[in-house]
Design a binder for this molecule. Structure first.
Ligand SMILES: NC(=O)c1ccc[n+]([C@@H]2O[C@H](COP(=O)([O-])OP(=O)(O)OC[C@H]3O[C@@H](n4cnc5c(N)ncnc54)[C@H](O)[C@@H]3O)[C@@H](O)[C@H]2O)c1
Length: 372
């Protein structure tokens, strides 16, 4: 298996699909054998950019001729379901998608079921929880290295709750090693509450299935110890989403950059920062997308756990929907899973329909990788 190249197809090769393309053409054990891209000009550009001749407008026409080992579905969300299910039916070994994976819960269920029932590995996408440091720190928490988890808090849930919000929800599920079983949420401003889209400033609580209550906030919390500085600029970034998780004597702090861990207290009672060495990892240039993609490859080769799965994305979408529902009903506690699978939350236009249909098309030169 070590020398065998996994045959990869990219379905939807816009801005994010091209990031997948760059990473899959860098890894020594993968080769891109086909691209399905709806936009004819961009199809030509990405074919040239990644040296691929097998070019198709969509998954269906591609799968008639080529069934890859791995399919990366990076279309706008509206077309993810048909592409993921077509790949599962055609017999790929693994298929990945991105967030949000669907608007309607029953669509997300069908995607998960289509893969599960055929033994196809269904991976999530470019989610920050797959960052190697986050994965490693979450393993340490799971192993009880810092003692029993006592609490957690989420800052900056993000105003798009099936977009940025899904990032926080996915990460807290990882750190807590479990699911959200109840949600109470307040929305802001008022005019965002009764809509069917994912726009809503959100504050409230998640009650996790391990019994811990996790508050979440629309805006920032003030992290008094070592505030969330941007590692590159040294500036405090007020917009960053962040999660703190604590035990009796330790605190794990993650504000999208490296995880910081504090253990014990100094003579004034302040937390003491540990000088933690995380395991080094290859292909850092693609950020946490690397970990997502490598975890899918590992899962295909060894059956190991995914850093983010399609199931995880479905669970996160369901929590986001429950948040809006709670706010709409008058801050009512909503228990999960939701029995009504017709609940729908439409993501931002650029995610739902893609950038071409929403006035932000990528130029030919950008698709060739010549300009940003
Ligand atoms: N996880 C993250 O951080 C993150 C970041 C960016 C985008 N995304 C998600 O990735 C998806 C794509 O986003 P993007 O920024 O690359 O959008 P984009 O509009 O730049 O690219 C989408 C591409 O898919 C193509 N396409 C549309 N329908 C298709 C179909 N049926 N078959 C094949 N190709 C099709 C379009 O022509 C376009 O080139 C969205 O769902 C978005 O939410 C996630």
């Amino acid at each position: 298996m070590k020398n065998k190249k996994h045959k990869v197809a990219i379905i939807g090769c816009g801005r994010l699909g091209q990031q997948y393309g760059m990473a899959y053409s860098t890894f020594p054990d993968t080769e891109i054998v086909a691209i399905a891209e709806f936009n004819p000009e961009r199809r030509k550009a990405v074919g040239q950019r990644f040296g691929v001749n097998a070019l198709y407008p969509d998954a269906e026409s591609m799968l008639k001729e080529i069934v890859p080992d791995i399919a990366a579905v990076v279309t706008p969300t509206k077309w993810m379901k048909e592409s993921v299910i077509a790949c599962a039916e055609a017999g790929v070994k693994g298929v990945s998608t991105d967030k949000p994976l669907a608007a309607t819960l029953s669509d997300a269920d069908e995607m998960v079921e289509a893969c599960e029932s055929r033994g196809v590995i269904f991976a999530g996408g470019n989610l920050a929880r797959t960052h190697n440091h986050v994965q490693e720190a979450a393993q340490w928490l799971k192993q009880g290295k810092f003692g029993k988890i006592k609490g957690a808090v989420i800052a900056n849930m993000g105003e798009r709750i099936s977009g940025g919000g899904v990032q926080s929800i996915s990460a807290i599920r990882l750190f807590m090693n479990g699911d959200v079983k109840e949600v109470i949420c307040w929305g802001n401003p008022a005019e965002t509450i009764d809509t069917n889209d994912d726009l809503m400033g959100s504050s409230g609580i998640f009650i996790m299935d391990n019994g811990i209550t996790v508050p979440f906030y629309e805006g920032n919390i003030v992290a008094s110890t070592n505030p969330r500085t941007d590692l590159n600029t040294g500036q405090i970034n007020q917009q960053k989403m962040g999660i703190d998780v604590w035990t009796d004597d330790s605190l794990l702090r993650w504000f999208w950059d490296d995880v910081k861990i504090f253990k014990g207290f100094d003579e004034t009672g302040k937390r003491k920062k540990l000088d933690i060495k995380f395991t080094d990892w290859k292909w850092k240039e693609y950020g946490y997308l690397t970990s997502t993609m490598r975890s899918l490859i590992n899962a295909i080769e060894t059956g190991s756990e995914l850093a983010i799965s399609g199931h995880d994305l479905r669970q996160a979408l369901e929590v986001a929907i429950a948040m809006k529902l709670s706010a709409q009903l008058g801050n009512v506690p909503v228990t999960l899973p939701l029995s009504d699978r017709s609940h729908t939350m439409i993501p931002a236009d650029g995610r739902w329909l893609g950038k071409d249909l929403t006035g932000m098309p990528q130029t030919y030169e950008e698709a060739l990788g010549l300009t940003e």
